[in-house]
Design a protein around this ligand. Structure first.
Ligand code: ZN
Length: 159
């Protein structure tokens, strides 16, 4: 069982927190957790990456790791200091532009494919459409725009 669900073990170990380690932990500091409940794939509220979340009792994990929960907290504090409304965040303008560019490429590829697959498309048409869409979507796989958790010092911007 424990070898069959390594993702669940990792998620439980990273989530940490009280109540998740059922027995006394060895003096080595290594925490061993047996996961018997079903795990689900969730997306981190900070980085957006998928992670395995166990359906355990209590609050459900929203972040893939503790550092991301901390950075989300810091970003909320910064947003509040800047007078932003709840749910608003500061983001890096260049990162936002790169994400928009990637989404534009994907949107254009969707338009191309919709035109190419009109009529009576054959298997080769679908194969080419998939390749075109994949090429447009692949660069977005690791795309990430994180809210700013700290302000960039003005001196760094001037230089
Ligand atoms: Zn994360």
């Amino acid at each position: 069982m424990d070898a069959a669900q390594p993702a669940g073990e990792v998620a439980a170990a990273e989530a940490g927190g009280p109540g998740q380690c059922p027995g006394p932990c060895p003096s080595s500091g290594y925490h061993s957790v047996t996961v018997t409940q079903k795990t689900e794939i969730a997306h981190c509220a900070w980085c957006g990456r998928a992670f395995a979340r166990s359906g355990s009792q209590g609050r459900r994990a929203r972040y893939c790791r503790r550092s991301h929960r901390q950075r989300a907290f810091e970003a909320r504090c910064l947003a509040a200091r800047m007078g932003l409304a709840s749910g608003e965040a500061l983001v890096d303008a260049d990162a936002l532009c790169r994400l928009r560019d990637g989404l534009y490429v994907l949107e254009s590829a969707l338009d191309d494919v919709e035109v190419d697959l009109r009529g009576r498309p054959g298997p080769e048409d679908y194969r080419r459409a998939f390749q075109h869409l994949y090429a447009a979507a692949a660069p977005l796989r690791d795309a990430c725009v994180e809210p700013a958790a700290v302000l960039t010092p003005p001196a760094a911007e001037a230089g």
